[in-house]
Design a protein around this ligand. Structure first.
Ligand code: SAH
Ligand code: SF4
Length: 351
């Protein structure tokens, strides 16, 4: 049986050096290869023009550049591009690229195939958990968009971990992949955001990571009863614990927290609920990002309407809490997916 090809994205510069040594190549070739993969962002060995032809042929035979295969890609009228990848062992994951008029190019990427957290309104939660993505599989999603944009003379400027899965349930691989996006793709920490369902111990750990990466918390309710019904994780880490961890995070990092809130008609979109949010988040440096629910197959909830959304924002304002309602992007290609390509705008600074 022949050996499985080495995924070059699994190797750092030292790893590339040992690989090339095995192939009888001098060390400087590793630097050249590294630069082709990351700085110049090519996706084919043929394009690596300063590498000898026979080396390119050997690399093509023994290695791969990445391990994700594209199943389908769709671009919506507003330019949002959604892509479905198949992992080497079968599961499907999704990445989204969102272009903005101000020049930002934001990738929304997945951390797991499926998700174990079971939030009732979420398409991924409804699928159940398949497996954690490896560091390379998380990273490759960003790298792919990075190389494709480079080809067009553009650059990937922002990344949000808001695709499939719970990033803090796959903490080590997520953080390692994020560090590589910073060091190898040159994406500033402040332009990367991790969104979590609210795993308190992981938030505490993240606060000590010393990274300037943004943190978004999926809140969706201001009472434990409502939140536990929507998000089973709340039975383990309730609102008081969660908000306590957010205060500690803000204190430790000096950064503000973003809260995400899917407005569900008749469930969590009343002025009364907004007042509760105001009391819950009193004194916390934060922003609330509101989005009308994206309907999904196994949840009967409906999106709120514009009037209730506006009242919600106004009510939060009475409590001095800044909030924004996001329009949906890529709605015409959104069928069947409960994820958010829309709420990312607020958490991503443009400068
Ligand atoms: N697991 C992480 C990140 C992925 S989900 C988390 O839960 O934060 C990204 C965001 O989409 C979360 O805020 C999540 O609550 C929200 N979301 C999931 N399903 C949704 C739906 N049907 N409508 C609106 N927002 C949804
Ligand atoms: Fe998982 Fe996030 Fe969906 Fe909840 S909202 S099921 S944590 S992906």
């Amino acid at each position: 049986m022949s050996e499985a090809p080495t995924n070059l994205l699994d190797l750092d510069l030292d790893g590339l050096k040992s690989l090339l040594k095995e192939l009888g190549q001098p060390a400087f070739r590793a630097k050249q290869l590294h630069s082709w993969i990351y700085e110049r962002g090519v996706s084919s060995f043929d394009d690596m023009s300063n590498l000898p032809k026979d080396l390119r042929a050997k690399l093509a035979e023994r290695t791969t550049l990445g391990a994700l295969s594209t199943v389908v890609g769709q671009t919506s009228k507003d330019g949002t591009h959604k892509r479905l990848y198949r992992l080497a062992d079968g599961p499907l994951i999704e990445s989204v690229l969102m272009p903005y008029n101000d020049g930002r190019r934001t990738a929304c990427i997945s951390s797991q195939a499926g998700c174990a957290m079971g939030c009732v309104f979420c398409a991924t939660g409804q699928m159940g958990f398949q497996r954690n993505l490896t560091e390379a599989e998380i990273y490759e999603q960003a790298w792919r968009f990075h190389t494709e944009l480079k080809d067009k003379g553009e650059r990937l400027s922002n990344v949000v971990m808001m695709g499939m899965g719970e990033p803090f349930h796959n903490y080590d691989n997520t953080i390692a992949a994020v560090r590589r996006m910073m060091s190898e793709l040159g994406i500033g920490a402040r332009r990367i955001t991790i969104s979590t369902v609210g795993l308190v111990p992981a938030i505490q750990r993240f606060a000590k990571e010393g990274l300037q990466v943004g943190l978004a918390i999926s809140l969706h309710a201001a009472t434990n009863d409502i939140r536990s019904a929507l998000m089973p994780v709340n039975r383990k880490y309730d609102l008081q614990e969660l908000v306590g961890a957010c205060h500690a995070y803000v204190e430790a990092t000096g950064r503000r927290v973003t809260f995400e809130w899917a407005l569900i008609a008749g469930e969590n979109d009343s002025a009364r609920e907004a007042h509760r949010v105001g009391r819950l988040l009193k004194g916390l440096n934060c922003h609330v990002n509101l989005i009308p629910l994206n309907p999904t197959a196994s949840y009967e909830g409906e999106p709120t309407n514009d009037v209730n959304a506006a009242i919600f924002v106004e009510t939060l304002g009475m409590h001095h809490i800044s909030a924004t309602v996001r329009v949906r992007r890529g709605i015409d290609i959104d069928a069947g997916c409960g994820q958010l390509r829309d709420r990312v705008e607020e958490v991503q600074p443009s400068s």
